[in-house]
Design a protein around this ligand. Sequence first.
Ligand code: SF4
Length: 491
Amino acid sequence: MSSTDLGMPAVAPRGVGHLRGEQSFPAAARIALADSQLRRNLGHATRTIRTKRASVVAELDDWEQLRLAGEALKTATMARLDEHLERLEEAVQARGGVVHWARDANEANAIVTRLVAATGESEVVKVKSMATQEIGLNEALEAVGITAHETDLAELIVQLGGDMPSHILVPAIHRNRAEIRDIFLREMPGVDPQLTTEPRRLAMAARAHLRERFLRAKVAISGANFGVADTGTLLVAESEGNGRMCLTLPDTLITVMGIEKVVPTWQDLEVFLQLLPRSSTGERMNPYNSAWTGVTPGDGPQTFHLVLLDNGRTAALADEMGRTALHCIRCSACLNVCPVYERAGGHAYGSVYPGPIGAVLSPQLTGVEDNASLPYASSLCGACFDACPVRIDIPSLLVRLRARHVDEQRSAHRVPSAEALSMAAAAWVMASPTRFAAAEKASRAARLLGRSAGRISALPPPLSAWTASRDAPRPPAETFREWWSRNRGTS
Ligand code: SF4
């Protein structure tokens, strides 16, 4: 029985958008781990951002109080999300904007393509937006003959390279300068053939390429970092100024915003605009914070549409603990400290939301069965919780999602899994001191397998499932019970 049969909120639909990968995390991670260039690029980039973040966070004596305030504001907002969204809708409309509600990716894509088509334009410029990546908007536009030009530098690199983003904030984190130059030389019309890997030269090439598009675009599409319910104001925080060009030059602006991005008042931004830049780019303040409210005659876009996107968010909201994943302000600090992300990279997660937050958010938006391997893509070391500016307890969410997955498997399959059988056998052995002592003695035979390396990298079936992704320690020559008996004279 599906959730919709019970009248419960629906998860994000299959076959549209980028929340589900084609492979499980272990299969995709194995491919990524074999790419040493990718691991070098990721290691260098995440180390650099981590160091910057640590130094600006250390400047604030009240950082922990700010985190607590961020957490409390998000908890209170989620508890009355419906009211805040209705207030936001009212305020946007009162200031000349039009609000659309999209139940899922299909509805959101249909609304945006219809709105662009109505302008008669066949191309749009885009501000970096996770929500539009999530719903696969570029593909939906392309299907009706509308070209979307990404204008954020990293998104542009990803788009020109025919690639997928691999980081929330730095989508091209997996590319180094030489690779970027090669993409520009190959894909950017009219680029200087002598282009070097110097960052300034690469940025100048991108700027020249984009400027022409900014000047001719009549329609822009953006996401939003925050939507203020009190006044109907939307806000985008960015570093390059491309967002501001998109938000001010075209005649029509269409913003796609996840419903969890609403904040009740401007005062709330006082907290979030301190937490976000320090946690994301390691800056005290974003170089560009652009805020707009409806339409202003003679200034900026004269037509403004806000598309409020659900796509599985109310399903996540229905779970009192799971809803905390919706508190995320997409700073990506948890990615940069995660030992699993640093080695496997973003593509291994299959979803546009990679890293620790992706491992808890994607399965909740799609239903756990469609992203069943993601809650296991973690060592549960807790670094993500320590780094999160709104204190999302990602490790506890991961454990809860693992439990949900195991429960679903148990009720879906009458025949117990190999893992369930192993656990039942282990419980039977451990319930009896005699059986446990016998098992300890028997395990000594495995010492032969790990003689040279001191660890066992391949056990025979069914234990091979364990050593397929990790080594097993070589059993010690003496068990603890034998040691105890030898030293304390009793067992
Ligand atoms: S979960 Fe926390 S640390 Fe990770 S991206 Fe979201 S807000 Fe940032």
